[in-house]
Ligand binder design. Structure first.
Ligand SMILES: *Cc1c(COP(=O)(O)O)cnc(C)c1O
Length: 801
C-alpha cells in the first residue's frame, strides 16, 4: 500500500511515452492520424494503468485481513465522467496535461469528449456515486452493485420549447473504464413453479437469463484505496435457437437473446412515480439476485458457516428498489444451504440496511401479489413467511401493518422488516419517516430508524469542478482539506480580510465567465458575468416548484418594463433539468420556462437586466460547470416533500447563498451557515398540512396578492404563447383550484425573499462575506462524514487504512 506522503511517481516524459504506447499498441492507431477519440482512449488507458495497482492492493489486503465488506445495492449510479476525476484522485491531472501538451493535445478537450455515465435519474443515483467515491477515499472495503444499462437516462432536447427525449448511447463508443468479467456470471430465474420435495421447496424457473459482471474501479483520494463498482449485463442462456434457425425462422431464432437483453437495456426514466411494470420488477430482481449470489460465493470462498455471515457482510439497500434482497437472501440460505426459515430470516436481517429516500406516496413501491407470485413464485412464499414471522414475533402488531395487504406487497414495509437499521437522509426527513411513514413499525422497533444526512464528495464537487476556489482554499488553509472538509472552517477567520474577499470574488467571477461562455455556446444566449446568477438545477417536478421560480421571473420582468429607470439588479435566471417523459404537468413547466425565456430574452426594453437561460440535458457534467458559477441557489420545494437534496449542498459549498424553504437538508444547511446567511421563506411542513385543510387556500392567496394576479393574468392572455394563447390555461387553472404544492400560498413570501436577495446584491462586499461564510461552514456536508456515519451506526465496519 502506498503511503499518502509519497505522490504518484511519474514524470511527463514517461507519461507521454505511455500514451503513445497505448495509442499505437492498444488502439492500433498511428499518432499522425489519431482523432480526439483515439487520444482520449489512450489517455484513459494510461491513467487506468495507475488505478490497477491500488485496486489490486486493496482487494488483496481485504482478503488477507478477512475484512467485513460493504455491498451497496442501487438501481442507479449517476457517475458522470470518470477520466478527470480519476486523474485528480491519483494526483496525475497536471502531469497528464503537461504530457499531452507535448503531443499537441489539450487535457480539457479530451476530458470533455467523454460521455457521461448517466445510469441514474438524479439525486438518488448521484448520492450512490458520491458514496462509492467516499468509501474508496476512507478505505472502507466495498462493492457497488448496479445494472449496466445500455441506455442510461435519456438525452433531452427542446423543440419549440417542448421537451424531446432521445436515447442516450454512452456505450456506442468503447468504455475504457470497465473490465468485462466473463467468468463472473450467474443464472437468474423468473416465473415457473415451486415443487415440494421431502419437505423442501424447489423452485423451477420458467425463464432464465445470465447476469454477467462488468467491473469499474473506483479510486479514492490520492489513490490510497480502490473499490469496485460491479455492473450486471443480461445475456441469454442460449444465444440462438438453432432448431428455428435451421428451419429458416431467423427472427424467432434470436428470441432468447432479445428477451434477455431487454432486461439491461434501459433505465426507467422516472424517479418520483412508481409504475408497477413487470419489466421493472424483473430488473430489480436481476440486480438483487446477481449481487446476492456473488456475495455468497465470495463469502463461501473462505468461510463455511453462513450463520456468521453478518460478521463479514453488510448490504445496503438504496431505497426499496433492491428490497428483494431480503427474500432472495432467505431463499438462498433456506433452499440452497438448508438453513431453517426463522433462522435464515434472522441472519438476513442482520446483514441488511435500508435507506428511505422519499415520503411521496406515489413513489412508494407496491407490487400486486398476482404479479409477484407470477414473476417470482418462490419469493412470494418467502415474503408471506417473513410477514407471518414478524406478526408472530409482535403479537401486538396492528392489523394494517403487514407487508402483504389488499393483494399488494408493500416494499417499504418489507425493507423495514428485513433491515437491521432503517435510515432517513436528513434530520427533518428522518423525523417525518418516524412520524408519518412508519409510525407503527417505529413503535414496534424503537431505535431501528436512524438518521444519516446526505453528503457530496468534495473531490468532484470542489476540487475538480472549481479549480479557482480550490486554489484559494489551499492557499488559505493549507493542503489536505479535500479529505478533511471540516478544515474549511479555517477560512472563516479570513472573511474579514478584504484581500481574501477579493480573491474569493475573483474565483467566482472566473467561474461565471467560464459558465457564460458555455451557456452561450449551448443556447446562443449571452449572460453578463457581472449579473446575479440565480440557479435552479434539478429534476423538474411539481414539488420542487420550478413553477414558483418562473412565475416570480415573470413578475420581475413586468416590474422592469413598468419602471425601467428604477435601480434593478441585473439577474440571469438559469434553469436545468429533465422531466419524466410521461409527466405531462412537468413537461408543461419545461415548455413555460422556455416560452418565458424566448419573450424576455428578446425584449429590447429589458436591456440585459433579466435573462432566462435553460440549456437542455442537465447532467453531472453540466452541474460541474453551472454550480461553481452560481450566486443564488434555489431550494424552494414545498416543505415536507424533499427528503434531503444534495444539489443544495454542492451549491452552498461553492459559495452560493440559498433561497429556500425549511425542507430536507436545507434545515441543517441553514443551521450551519447561519440564519443571517440564508434567505428563508415559506410555510413549514406543519403549516403546509394545516393550510391544505382550507379548500380555498390558493384562492385566498391569489386574492391577497396583486403581483400573483397580474402574473396569472398574463399567462391567461397568452403573453408567453402568442401562437397559442390558451397554452397555459391549464397551469392557471391548477393554481386557482388544485394547488397541491402551494405555489400561490408561498408566492408573496418568495417575492419578498427575492427582494432581500436583490438588496444584499447591492452591497457586493456584504454578499461576498456571506458567500465565503457559506463555503467555510459547509464542511459537515462532505460524503466522507456521511459514510463514517454509515460505517459506525449501520455497517459496523472499520476503515482498512
Ligand atoms: C446533485 C445532482 C442532482 C440532485 O439535485 P437536487 O437539487 O438535490 O435534486 C440531480 N442531478 C444531477 C446531475 C446532480 O448532479
Amino acid at each position: 500500500m502506498r503511503d499518502q506522503s509519497e505522490p504518484m511517481q511519474i514524470d511527463a516524459e514517461t507519461f507521454r511515452a505511455e500514451i503513445l504506447r497505448h495509442l499505437t499498441y492498444s488502439l492500433g492507431t498511428d499518432p499522425d492520424h489519431a482523432s480526439t477519440h483515439d487520444w482520449r482512449m489512450a489517455l484513459s488507458l494510461t491513467i487506468r494503468d495507475r488505478v490497477v495497482e491500488p485496486w489490486f492492493a486493496s482487494t488483496r489486503q481485504t482478503w488477507e485481513q478477512d475484512r467485513k465488506r460493504v455491498y451497496y445495492l442501487s438501481m442507479e449510479f449517476l457517475i458522470g465522467r470518470v477520466l478527470e476525476d480519476a486523474a485528480i484522485n491519483l494526483g496525475l491531472r497536471d502531469i497528464a496535461a503537461e504530457a499531452l501538451e507535448g503531443l499537441g493535445q489539450d487535457f480539457a478537450t479530451l476530458a470533455d469528449a467523454e460521455p457521461d455515465a448517466a445510469l441514474g435519474n438524479g439525486g438518488l443515483g448521484r448520492l450512490a456515486a458520491c458514496y462509492l467515491e467516499s468509501m474508496a477515499t476512507l478505505g472502507c472495503p466495498a462493492y457497488g452493485y448496479g445494472i449496466r444499462y445500455e441506455h442510461g437516462l435519456f438525452r433531452q432536447s427542446f423543440d419549440h420549447g417542448r421537451q424531446v427525449e432521445m436515447p442516450e448511447n454512452w456505450l456506442t463508443v468503447q468504455n475504457p473504464w470497465e473490465f468485462d468479467r466473463v467468468e463472473s456470471a450467474y443464472t437468474i430465474g423468473f416465473k415457473g413453479h415451486v415443487e415440494v420435495i421431502d419437505g423442501r421447496s424447489v423452485w423451477h424457473p420458467g425463464e432464465t437469463v445470465i447476469a454477467s459482471a462488468h467491473d469499474m474501479p473506483v479510486v479514492g483520494w490520492q489513490g490510497r484505496w480502490a473499490n469496485t463498482l460491479r455492473l450486471w449485463a443480461a445475456k441469454p442462456t442460449t444465444l440462438l435457437d438453432l432448431d428455428r434457425f435451421n428451419r429458416g425462422d431467423y427472427t424467432a431464432a434470436a428470441e432468447p437473446e432479445t428477451l434477455a437483453r431487454t432486461l439491461s437495456r434501459v433505465l426507467y426514466p422516472d424517479d418520483t412515480t412508481y409504475a408497477g411494470k413487470e419489466l421493472r420488477l424483473k430488473q430489480e430482481f436481476f440486480l438483487t439476485s446477481a449481487a446476492l449470489q456473488d456475495i455468497l460465493r465470495r463469502y463461501l470462498a473462505t468461510h463455511s458457516d453462513l450463520r456468521a455471515l453478518p460478521d463479514k457482510v453488510a448490504i445496503q439497500m438504496n431505497d426499496t428498489h433492491p428490497a428483494l434482497a431480503g427474500p432472495e437472501l432467505v431463499r438462498l440460505l433456506v433452499d440452497d444451504h438448508g438453513i431453517e426459515m426463522g433462522e435464515a430470516i434472522g441472519i438476513a436481517r442482520s446483514c441488511l440496511g435500508y435507506t428511505n429516500h422519499t415520503l411521496l406516496p406515489e413513489a412508494l413501491e407496491r407490487w400486486s401479489t398476482w404479479l409477484m407470485g407470477n414473476v417470482l413464485p418462490r419469493h412470494m412464499q418467502i415474503i408471506e413467511a417473513i410477514d407471518a414471522d414478524h406478526a408472530k414475533a409482535h403479537p401486538d402488531r396492528p392489523a394494517h401493518v403487514g407487508i402483504v395487504a389488499q393483494n399488494e406487497v408493500k416494499m417499504g414495509e418489507l425493507a423495514f422488516v428485513m433491515a437491521d437499521k432503517v435510515n432517513g437522509v436528513s434530520a427533518l426527513h428522518t423525523e417525518l419517516v418516524k412520524k408519518n411513514l412508519f409510525p407503527d413499525l417505529d413503535r414496534l422497533h424503537p431505535g431501528r430508524i436512524v438518521n444519516q444526512t446526505n453528503g457530496v464528495t468534495p473531490r468532484r464537487w470542489i476540487r475538480m469542478a472549481n479549480p479557482a476556489l480550490s486554489r484559494l482554499i489551499t492557499e488559505t488553509v493549507g493542503e489536505g482539506w479535500e479529505s478533511d472538509l471540516d478544515r474549511l472552517a479555517g477560512l472563516e477567520s479570513h472573511v474579514e480580510d478584504a484581500g481574501f474577499r477579493d480573491a474569493f470574488a475573483a474565483a467566482k467571477r472566473a467561474n461565471k465567465e467560464r459558465a457564460a461562455d458555455w451557456l452561450a455556446d449551448r443556447t446562443g444566449v449571452q449572460a453578463d458575468p457581472a449579473a446575479l446568477f440565480d440557479v435552479q438545477v434539478k429534476r423538474i417536478h411539481e414539488y420542487k416548484r420550478q413553477l414558483l421560480n418562473i412565475l416570480q421571473t415573470i413578475a420581475l420582468w413586468k416590474r422592469i418594463r413598468e419602471n425601467p429607470d428604477a435601480d434593478h439588479v441585473p439577474v440571469v435566471k438559469i434553469f436545468g433539468g429533465k422531466s419524466a417523459p410521461g409527466y405531462a404537468v412537468a413537461k408543461e413547466i419545461v415548455n413555460l420556462i422556455n416560452d418565458v425565456a424566448a419573450v424576455v430574452n428578446n425584449d429590447s426594453e429589458v436591456r440585459g437586466l433579466l435573462k432566462v437561460i435553460y440549456p437542455a440535458n442537465y447532467n453531472v457534467s453540466m452541474a460541474e460547470v453551472v454550480i461553481p458559477a452560481a450566486d443564488l441557489s434555489e431550494q424552494i420545494s414545498t416543505a415536507g416533500k424533499e427528503a434531503s437534496g444534495t444539489g443544495n449542498m454542492k451549491l452552498s459549498l461553492n459559495g452560493a447563498l440559498t433561497i429556500g424553504t425549511l425542507d430536507g437538508a436545507n434545515v441543517e444547511i441553514r443551521e450551519r451557515v447561519g440564519a443571517e446567511n440564508f434567505f428563508l421563506f415559506g410555510l413549514t411542513a406543519d403549516q403546509v398540512i394545516q393550510r391544505r385543510k382550507d379548500a380555498l387556500h390558493s384562492r385566498h392567496a391569489i386574492e391577497a396578492s396583486q403581483s400573483l394576479r397580474d402574473v396569472l393574468q398574463m399567462l391567461a392572455e397568452g403573453v408567453f404563447s402568442p401562437d397559442q394563447p390558451d397554452r397555459y390555461h391549464g397551469v392557471v387553472d391548477r393554481i386557482w383550484h388544485h394547488d397541491y404544492f402551494l405555489v400561490a400560498d408561498d408566492f408573496d413570501a418568495y417575492e419578498t425573499a427575492q427582494a432581500q436577495v436583490a438588496d444584499l446584491w447591492r452591497t457586493p462586499d456584504e454578499w461576498v462575506r456571506k458567500a465565503a461564510l457559506n463555503t467555510a461552514r459547509m464542511g459537515f456536508f462532505s460524503s466522507d462524514r456521511a459514510i463514517r456515519g454509515y460505517m459506525n451506526d449501520i455497517w459496523r465496519t472499520e476503515p482498512a487504512i
